[in-house]
Design a protein around this ligand. Structure first.
Ligand SMILES: *Cc1c(COP(=O)(O)O)cnc(C)c1O
Length: 393
């Protein structure tokens, strides 16, 4: 056993999350801890709620961070809305849609699955066919940006469809919040959850959520108690709700919330629309460079998530070895495939603070050189130059 301090290696995080955390966000986290009912802290909570409303583009009063990672936000939405026997249509085109289904089943709902191929967006026609065939459905759940495959679905169209069939929506925006256009109110989304460690580039472990008035009234008219005490928003609201009378529910992760506040201030300073444009621009440059390297995406061009690029491992190349060498020799982390895509793809993230032109250039140089070293006749320099051209256009 050693009592030496842990000093993490310096990395460039270009995987599916976490992404690099800005120095000022890390500094915010190191500020002195104060009490979770301290009036100064209560003021900070109100600020965080306002900034989250901006990030989500909503005026929902129930907008707050759940004390737990993105998966905790997912579970919060599922267990508060669903009662045993409810019917929910779940769009499954990757790992996170499958996770939604597993949670809904534990909440003892009846699940109707709408499956689309991994690597494709959710097909609205498939959803509509399922809704037509399932008059009992009360909910529709889908993942806006399916990080396991790199496919971005048309959340606005899917939400309109759900509404037409009188269903409330549960929407996963873990990888889209702060990275891709997301307009909770304009699109009429109902129960929406996200995470802090993807495009918000905050430390991992918090899950912003927002619920529409419609969703909240469904929660308030439940006939059975929410199966989770910790995630019951009716109880959490006693602490996070508006007004000065905050009561103890659980001890908030004070310092993590300092960091979320700082990350949200950065988003506000940049402007959320500018952040969407930045993610798109760096994606375009990366994509151009990857094309020079002969690397293929698994998702059709118009369905790609700009901040998460899922690409095929070329024949004869060892997927894990390239990732290991990127980490060892270049300090760059990228992701591997999940589930059926394990060993077949790499996932290259350009999220939040990691979505920078210098990262695109550094990655393409390193990656191209490694591929050349492993036997492909490609050049990292040419790929980086092509990306540079796109960035300067
Ligand atoms: C990362 C991710 C999650 C889970 O977030 P955690 O913080 O790992 O719990 C859920 N959905 C999507 C789409 C994600 O990318």
């Amino acid at each position: 056993m050693s009592s030496a301090a842990f000093i993490p290696p310096r990395r460039i995080l270009m995987g599916p999350g976490p992404s690099d955390v800005a120095p000022r966000v890390l500094e915010a986290m190191a500020c002195p801890t104060i009490g979770h009912l301290d009036p100064a802290f209560v003021g900070l909570m109100d600020e965080i709620k306002r900034l989250l409303q901006y990030a989500f583009q909503t005026e929902n009063s129930l907008t707050m961070p759940v004390s737990g990672p993105g998966t905790a936000g997912m579970e919060t939405c599922v267990v508060n809305l669903l009662e045993p026997g409810d019917t929910i249509v779940i769009c499954q085109n990757g790992v996170f849609g499958n996770r939604l289904k597993a949670m809904a089943e534990r909440a003892r709902a009846t699940v109707v699955s709408v499956k689309d191929p991994w690597g494709r967006a959710v097909d609205p026609e498939n959803l509509e066919a399922a809704l037509k065939a399932t008059p009992k459905a009360r909910y529709v759940a889908f993942v806006h940006a399916e990080t396991s495959t790199g496919a971005l679905s048309d959340a606005e169209t899917l939400a309109h469809l759900a509404r037409r069939y009188d269903c409330l929506t549960i929407v996963d925006t873990v990888t889209s919040l702060g990275g891709s256009r997301l307009q909770v109110d304009a699109w009429g989304l109902d129960a929406v959850y996200s995470g802090t460690q993807k495009c918000l580039s905050c430390t991992p472990g918090l899950s912003p959520i927002t619920m529409s008035g419609r969703a909240l009234s469904v929660v308030q008219s439940r006939t059975t108690p929410v199966q989770s005490w910790f995630m019951d928003v009716g109880l959490v609201i006693g602490y996070w709700g508006s007004g000065s009378k905050r009561t103890y529910h659980h001890t908030a992760p004070i310092n993590a919330l300092y960091s979320l506040h700082e990350a949200l201030c950065m988003l506000k300073e940049e402007g959320v629309e500018n952040a969407w444009v930045r993610h798109r621009r760096n994606h375009d440059a990366l994509q151009a460079g990857l094309e020079v390297l002969g690397i293929q995406f698994i998702v059709p061009r118009e369905e790609r998530i700009p901040q998460l690029n899922a690409v095929k491992v070329p024949d004869g190349i060892d997927e894990a070895r390239i990732r290991q060498r990127l980490l060892d020799e270049w300090q760059i982390e990228i992701g591997s495939g999940l589930g059926v895509l394990a060993g077949k793809i790499w996932r290259i993230g350009l999220m939040g603070y990691s979505s920078r032109s210098d990262n695109v250039i550094a990655f393409l140089s390193a990656f191209g050189n490694l591929l050349a070293d492993e036997g492909l006749s490609v050049s990292g320099r040419e790929a980086a130059q092509e990306a540079q051209r796109v960035l300067q256009a």
